[in-house]
Design a protein around this ligand. Sequence first.
Ligand SMILES: [Zn+2]
Length: 358
Amino acid sequence: MNRILSKLQIIFLILFLITNAQAQHRHRYRGEHNWGQNKRGLRIVTSFSDFASITKYIVQEKGYVQFISSGQGDPHFVPPKPSYAMMMRNADLWITTGLDLEVWSTTLLDKARNRKIMDGEIGFVAVSDGIALLQKPVKADRTEGDIHLMGNPHIHTGPMNWKQIAKNITIGLQKVDPGNAGFYVQQRDKFIDMVDRAMFGDELVNIFGGETLENLLHNKTLMTFLEKEYQGEKLVTKLGGWMKDAMPFRGKKVVAYHKNWAYFSDTFGLEVAGYVEPKPGIPPSAKHVMNTINLIKSQNIDMMLIASYFEKSTPQMIESRAGIKAVYLPLCCGAEKGVNDVFDLMDFWIKSINEKLN
Ligand SMILES: [Zn+2]
């Protein structure tokens, strides 16, 4: 009996060590550090905490990184507090999405009176540059509401977009601090590798490289590709990271409150069948809520994704009438305890959805 127990204990110990090693490997640059805390370094202000998190990986101890919103409120409507304008007054770099998400920042930029960070100056970074936008309107009009006029601006919800965001931030850093350009490029590449490994797992990245896997994902051919055999095994057996973790809900139909999750859904294969809002930024009418309840019932949808800053009464009513489960997710890192950076955020979203599934 003792011998059996000890064998079991060894097996558990090995399993524990393996999972622990994987978790540590995925986040191997993390842990205790003072990145972005150097008040005598570059002064960087970002609109959202996720951009601050990515910036910290690149700038490390060479700068002081602050952000305006952690997504605890609506990212389209951040109140322009005087303290934010003060932050921006002394900034060397202002990092923003660059679409119509931060319309509220115009007032702050006016109040800050800092020429260095105005649009078109070297201290202005639009992280959405070069990102393939989803839900781009066919023609410029307001049939999709008054926000999202240039396409879906919630680019941070797709982890593959973080790589382009990191590239754009690095270009900004190189311009305002050319002496450390080489350092920033090095840290950018480490961050990109970390994203690829967190996304696909080490095995596939070691065989094919992150860029190939990203292209396959982007062209919607990754899943077919993973069905191919490689050294006597299907490639899908080598899949790790968030792609593997998200497999249980791949192909699942959901309802969302707002079009927050477009890039996340596109990446992990969720189908958003309807929205609680009739149009982005337009509060739900009683009639639209009824239509949504009917849609949920007729299509047997059992999950609803809601950014945690939204009011809860409509989702609760839909839950009770349609028998659907609401999953409340923090939009950005820092909006929930223990969700300290973008990697934590993606872990948290995927874990929360999987928990609701079971
Ligand atoms: Zn939006």
